[in-house]
Design a protein around this ligand. Structure first.
Ligand code: UDP
Length: 342
């Protein structure tokens, strides 16, 4: 197969690209490097079936051209991370909705299978646990900036399913639940890279709010496995599917685990949410997926639990270890289009 990954230089996309190349597929990445990086894909450039274009997923002629070359599209390009969403709400909504419009419109003319990345954020403040794909969704007020992200992703879901219903475009919508692994940057506020970096540096671990809020964390390799299994299963078409891990942990417990596993002497510091994100912020008190549908479609069983996730991430961030990827020189600059093409 030849596979287009929008956002392929990002955290999940770069792992997906690697897995596809390793099994013999060809990979075309489109990424604007806003939150992705050349470093994430440095090791992929040695594969003959790999190509990379720097550009925006909202650039329709570019998307059309790349899609002509591919059989399947993973649309992962999006504005992500609570910090980014809070700081740049216009960019978040425009990128997430505009990019998906372009991808689906171009795929529809060519009848390409599109996997649309959505998020567990769409469950919002739901109160029926674990979250199942057919649950009603409970989002907060538009005056609370955070919900713009969930809403933009929900529009993406509606649009994808509308294309399926109206134009028989094969789509699969996946809802990711707190994916973790190497290359996830702590820059956008995600909790595990943040805690691990803080613990290794001997800084306080900043637990937001009471720390009683819960999440479930999924190893990126399990997410990649699920994505590849879903595109191989025709019953996935037209479906919305959770990708996550069924185990739940409070953020306070998580901080304690990170301290214990790093052997750090760092204390925990509780910081009110409004001090981090301003008054206009709401957090979810609980988030855990029902993964029955994914299991039923693909036989999925997450292989890496939280203990092992933390150990792997601590290894990855440990200062004595060499960095996993070297910085990639930008090889070809096309001056008239401001696109770098490899
Ligand atoms: N969190 C925290 N300290 C941090 C970063 C995050 O206590 O340094 C909390 C955050 O408020 C949330 C949870 O950890 O309750 C997960 O945050 P993350 O941004 O990783 O993902 P979210 O599930 O909120 O999208």
């Amino acid at each position: 197969m030849r596979v287009l990954i929008t956002g392929g230089a990002g955290f999940i996309g770069s792992h997906l690209a690697e897995a596809l190349l390793e099994r013999g597929d060809e990979v075309v990445i489109l990424d604007d490097l806003s939150t992705g990086s050349l470093q994430n894909i440095a090791d992929l450039t040695m594969w003959p079936g790999f190509s990379f274009t720097i550009g925006s997923v909202t650039h329709e002629p570019l998307v059309a051209d790349l899609m002509d070359q591919c059989d399947v599209v993973f649309h992962l390009a999006a504005a992500v991370g609570v910090r980014l969403v809070m700081n740049a709400p216009v960019h978040t909504i425009e990128t997430n909705v505009g990019g998906t419009e372009v991808v689906l419109r171009q795929a529809a003319g060519r009848k390409k299978l599109v996997v649309v990345a959505s998020t567990s954020e769409v469950y919002g403040k739901g109160t029926v646990f674990p979250f199942r794909e057919d649950a009603d969704l409970v989002l907060g007020q538009p005056t609370k900036t955070r919900w713009g992200y969930a809403t933009s992703k929900l529009i993406d879901e509606f649009l994808a399913l509308a294309y399926w219903q109206e134009q028989q475009l094969p789509v699969i919508v996946v809802r990711f639940f707190n994916t973790v692994g190497p290359r996830q940057s702590e820059r956008y506020g995600m909790v595990i890279p943040n805690f691990v970096r803080q613990a290794l540096a001997g800084e306080s671990l900043t637990v937001h709010g009471t720390g009683l809020q819960t999440r479930s964390f999924t190893w990126v390799g399990d997410v990649v496995w699920a994505l590849l299994a879903l595109i191989a299963e025709p019953r996935s078409i037209g479906q919305v599917v959770n990708i996550g891990h069924g185990a739940e942990v409070s953020i306070r417990q998580l901080a304690e685990m990170v301290i214990a596993k790093t052997g750090s002497t760092s204390p925990i510091r509780y910081v009110p949410h409004h001090e981090v994100f301003g008054q206009n912020f709401e957090d979810m008190s609980r988030r855990v997926p029902d993964i029955g549908k994914l299991q039923q479609l693909t036989g999925y069983k997450p292989r890496v639990d939280l203990d092992e996730i933390l150990e792997r991430i601590i290894d990855y961030w440990s200062p004595e270890l060499p960095p996993l990827a070297s910085t990639l020189e930008v090889p070809f600059l096309h001056p008239s289009t401001d696109l770098y093409v490899h």
